[in-house]
Write a protein that binds this ligand. Structure first.
Ligand SMILES: Cc1ncc(COP(=O)(O)O)c(C=O)c1O
Length: 471
């Protein structure tokens, strides 16, 4: 198989840097010119440039264009080992440019984080974690390697924890992971072959991570509205969906916040059953559904081990614990646990210990979730009020029923890259929608979980002015 066209462009630009035809600080031709030069579509050029930007090889200067990055990497590339060539041929690709920038910028303390999908430090129960560790005189704390499936006491705690939502499982059907993201990675590595077909909701969290791109899975995007409209025959074009797996976030979806109704859930499970399509259910936000009871997980409707269920403490308790879990058929889960041993020999045993105490002691988890939802609702209401004040003429949004995202869609397109950079220069961090779908270039994913409630109004007011300036 020949090299993909975007890869040929990357290789050519790297070669030109290595042989000195392109030097640090030089301006690259425009996307249109590059498309003509390489005789490809503009989207292929954009793909190549995005990857080169993610390597740090080229950099964008607002309103000036793209330049060969003026960093030591490129200055010394002629004399040193050409690591960029190694990196560009790796099967694992770097994060998209926006995501790399956001990951770095999230550590700047002078930014209003209107986007971060993480609880603020004041919402994380660090004090209780300290208490749990202090009490470990009474309850033995060990920090040896754990079972391949993870700590038995934590798995027992999870069996009880998920029972409240109707999921009936045993300890041998659970594998503890270092966060739900590792669960996804294990499924990608352990169950899929290159060119596997993954049906995803569009937009989707999965689009923003490289996991399934890296195994060269073919992503088939279905807009949530299309799934709902065709709920009785979602997968009827059976040829198109053969050998597929359906990845879904049915409750408090990231980024749109959508949750399926119980009837839709039953139909999705039935449709997948009918067409032999396994489901990966990502339920990391389900516990943050504001009203009680929360919508039932698909897994609670599954009687044929058709669903691999992903849970996590990251969004509702603490992302730094890195505790998640996969629930599924025991043979599949054991296989994934074996791969996990090859990867990291298990999630941190100290985190597993904290998580066990956290889940088994009623004074911790239940109380915390109630308080957390209360705090999130205060932030949500402030966010909605400020959106109504400043964004009503600019676009649309829905009221979140849980968790902490708001999917905002502009009425008129603007240059999102320019807005992202302009917002940073005004100390505001946003997540452009195109991270979650190529088509979502008018959208912004807001989050009210990290920003201080007292900063929301000011940050949104400023952002609305920047949008108006770019229109
Ligand atoms: C839908 C979804 N799944 C999984 C994850 C990753 O969670 P974890 O921190 O447990 O790996 C995220 C994080 O943003 C997410 O939004």
């Amino acid at each position: 198989m020949g090299k993909a066209k975007y890869q040929q462009i990357i290789d050519d630009i790297l070669l030109q840097i290595q042989n000195g035809s392109l030097e640090a600080g030089m301006k690259l031709p425009t996307q249109r010119e590059l498309a003509t030069m390489y005789q490809v579509n503009r989207s292929t050029v954009i793909q190549a440039l995005d990857i080169l930007q993610s390597y740090g090889t080229i950099e964008s200067k607002p309103r000036k264009g793209l330049f060969i990055a003026d960093n030591k990497w490129n200055t010394y590339i002629k004399d040193n080992i050409q690591w960029q060539t190694y990196m560009s041929h790796s099967t694992s690709k770097n994060n998209q440019y926006f995501i790399q920038r956001i990951n770095e910028l999230e550590f700047r303390s002078d930014l209003y984080r209107l986007s971060t999908g993480e609880l603020s430090p004041s919402l994380i129960p660090n004090q209780q974690f300290k208490e749990i560790l202090a009490q470990s005189n009474d309850i033995p704390l060990t920090s040896n390697y754990e079972y391949p499936l993870g700590s038995l006491s934590l798995r027992s705690a999870i069996v009880e924890h998920v029972k409240q939502w109707g999921i009936d499982c045993t300890v041998d059907q659970i594998c503890i992971t270092s966060g739900a993201l590792q669960g996804l990675k294990l499924i990608a590595d352990g169950l899929l072959v290159p060119q596997s077909h993954i049906i995803i909701e569009s937009p989707s969290y999965i689009h923003s991570i490289r996991t399934w791109h890296n195994i060269h899975a073919e992503l088939k995007s279905l807009p949530i509205s299309t799934i709902k409209r065709n709920i009785n025959h979602i997968f009827n074009h059976s040829q198109r969906f053969r050998h597929s797996l359906f990845y879904t976030i049915p409750t408090c979806h990231n980024p749109t916040q959508h949750s399926y109704s119980i009837e839709e859930r039953k139909k999705i499970v039935h449709q997948c059953q009918l067409h032999g399509i396994p489901i990966v259910e990502d339920d990391v936000y389900g516990e943050l559904y504001f009203n009680r009871p929360r919508p039932r997980p698909l897994k609670s409707l599954d009687h044929n081990d058709n669903i691999l269920y992903l849970g996590s403490l990251s969004k509702s308790v603490s992302p730094g614990l890195r505790i998640g879990w996969i629930i599924g058929k025991s043979t599949v889960v054991s296989h994934l646990a074996d791969l996990k041993m090859q990867n990291d020999y298990g999630a941190s045993s100290i985190s597993q210990y904290i998580a066990t105490q956290w889940l088994t002691n009623p004074q911790y988890h239940q109380w915390h979730i109630q308080k957390l939802k209360h705090e999130l609702l205060i932030k949500r209401d402030q966010f909605l009020q400020s959106l109504t004040s400043y964004f009503s003429n600019l676009g649309t949004w829905h009221i979140p029923e849980g968790s902490f995202y708001i999917w905002f869609e502009l009425y008129h397109p603007i240059d999102m890259k320019a807005l992202f950079d302009l917002a940073i220069s005004h100390h505001i961090l946003i997540n452009p929608g195109e991270i979650y779908s190529e088509q979502a270039n008018r959208a912004i994913r807001f989050s009210y979980s990290y920003i201080d409630v007292s900063d929301i109004d000011n940050a949104l007011k400023q952002l609305s002015q920047l949008i108006i300036q770019l229109q």
